[in-house]
Design a protein around this ligand. Structure first.
Ligand SMILES: [Zn+2]
Length: 217
């Protein structure tokens, strides 16, 4: 445990507030069904630091995280506060995205089941360059890029940098959920909710068309 007690009271307060935001985000994302018990991780940026959920937050803790469970990194991956043994395997990708776009304040990796519908329907690349029709710009990763590898992370970065991001943008992986980014956590969560709603509407419309074709009214 390397807990460096900050001497700057403002820094301590900012870190505390960010830890609370990440803990609430984790609870909310799980409660809303935006991720599940098998995975996900979340972070916020405050200045030159990034506050992340710890590893195995889903499997071990069932997303019942307290603010003190979070790990605080510098932008190069060093641990400034929290338990270094609980560094998430996805931290590298989060930090990479924050370095690539200083305007980003929130990164969410969620196992969002509804997103798979877009994998089936669309080829890799930019699926939607604006918030129409999915609520946020959406990009899709190629097959065969394993998570937590350099080719995967660099392609996620490249795709997300190709679309507007401040109001939320989502990268969908064929096998590993989504990466959502935005200027802050509330904006990011709202964007993921809009995406899910758009996909749910499409599913219901398809079901109604199928029913009508079968003579069910
Ligand atoms: Zn995952």
């Amino acid at each position: 445990m390397t807990s460096v007690l900050p001497t700057d009271p403002d820094l301590a307060a900012r870190r505390r507030a960010a830890r609370i935001v990440v803990a609430r985000t984790a609870h909310l994302a799980f409660a809303r069904g935006l991720t599940e018990l098998q995975g996900g991780n979340m972070s916020v940026r405050i200045g030159d630091e990034v506050v992340t959920t710890p590893t195995m937050a889903s499997e071990n803790d069932g997303w019942r995280l307290s603010p003190d469970d979070m790990v605080i990194h510098d932008l190069d991956g060093g641990v400034r506060d929290g338990d270094p043994r609980r560094v998430s395997r996805e931290t590298g990708l989060h930090l990479r995205l924050y370095r690539a776009d200083p305007e980003l304040g929130s990164v969410l990796h969620l196992h969002l089941p509804e997103a798979l519908a877009l994998i089936v329907r669309h080829a890799p690349g930019v699926i939607a360059a604006s918030a129409t029709p999915y609520g946020v710009p959406v990009v899709r990763l190629e097959e065969g890029l394993p998570a937590q590898t350099e080719p995967h992370d660099s392609r996620v970065e490249e795709l997300l940098l190709a679309v507007p991001r401040a109001d939320g943008a989502v990268s969908i992986s064929p096998t590993h959920g989504i990466i959502a980014v935005a200027r802050d956590t509330a904006t990011n969560l709202a964007g993921v909710e809009r995406l899910r709603e758009a996909l749910e509407h499409a599913r219901v419309r398809l079901r109604l068309r199928t029913a009508a074709a079968e003579g069910i009214r």
